[in-house]
Design a protein around this ligand. Structure first.
Ligand SMILES: Nc1ncnc2c1ncn2[C@@H]1O[C@H](COP(=O)(O)OP(=O)(O)OP(=O)(O)O)[C@@H](O)[C@H]1O
Ligand SMILES: [Mg+2]
Length: 242
């Protein structure tokens, strides 16, 4: 018997952009407390899948059932507002929420989240004064400002050097533990994947073609998983866009 508690259920979801079917009748559950990695080559639909989970995109068919309304998303490329300083970027979801927090409480929350991602004292800086790794961590602080039960990370280590990537990964694991959160992480970065002990779904051609644990990705004989880990252009997955 499966005693895992489901926090997000994706049921028979299909998603099109024009005639392009990005997801085709996809079903999976996210279980409370886990780290789920959705992997796949570029353009396969990973970001689209995360946007469906947090409601930024609607499925064309099927449904996403959320057992919580507390979802935070750290976007691909950090997606900070250039004209807002770090404090206002992090506070943005609270300032724009239907129920406004009183200013002292708002400040307390923003500073607490910045502390959690190791960025105390930088709240007055503008995004263009930050390094890539700092921007990512500011985006994490913004994603967790509402104490989410589910945190979605889109390519959290892309564009970062290996050392900064490791720091970012440590923060993801720390946030997972300290907030007792569930994380869904999207990446095509093999070394990032290897740092997590979690469950993996490999997306290709609008379907999941392999599921397994992180360490299994590096040992399985499954042709899709093997191709992914070797970055082999030959197949079975055809990488259309180079
Ligand atoms: N809003 C949109 N309108 C039209 N097409 C879109 C839209 N968003 C995504 N697509 C298309 O859907 C496909 C999947 O895009 P998506 O961004 O989800 O891929 P991805 O796996 O996140 O890629 P990457 O690894 O490069 O970030 C791509 O072909 C993309 O061009
Ligand atoms: Mg993407």
């Amino acid at each position: 018997m499966d005693d895992r508690e489901t926090i997000v259920e994706v049921k028979n979801v299909s998603k099109y952009f024009g005639k392009h079917k990005v997801l085709d009748d996809v079903s999976f559950n996210v279980y409370k407390g886990e780290i789920l990695l959705v992997i796949g080559f570029s353009g396969v639909g990973k970001s689209t899948l995360l946007k469906l989970l947090c409601g930024l995109e609607e499925p064309d068919e099927g449904k996403v059932f959320l057992k919580t309304s507390k979802i935070g998303m750290a976007f691909q490329g950090a997606a900070l507002f250039d004209s807002l300083n770090v404090f206002d970027n992090v506070a943005f979801p609270l300032v724009n929420a239907p129920q406004r927090l009183e200013p002292t409480l708002l400040k307390q929350k923003v500073l607490e989240k910045l502390r959690l991602v190791g960025l105390s004292g930088i709240e007055h800086l503008m995004p263009d004064e930050l390094s890539g790794g700092m921007k990512k961590r500011v985006s994490f602080a913004r994603a967790i400002i509402n104490d989410p039960e589910v945190i979605l990370y889109d390519e959290p280590t892309s564009g970062l050097d290996p050392v900064v990537s490791n720091i970012i990964i440590d923060y993801i694991i720390k946030l997972q533990n300290e907030l007792h959160a569930t994380s869904v992480l999207v990446t095509h970065n093999l070394s990032t994947i290897g740092k997590f002990k979690g469950r993996i779904l490999l997306l290709y051609d609008s379907k999941f073609v392999w599921e397994g644990k992180t360490d299994e990705l590096f040992s399985t004989d499954n042709l899709y998983a093997k191709q992914f880990r070797h970055g082999d252009p030959k197949g079975p997955m055809i990488v259309i866009r180079q």
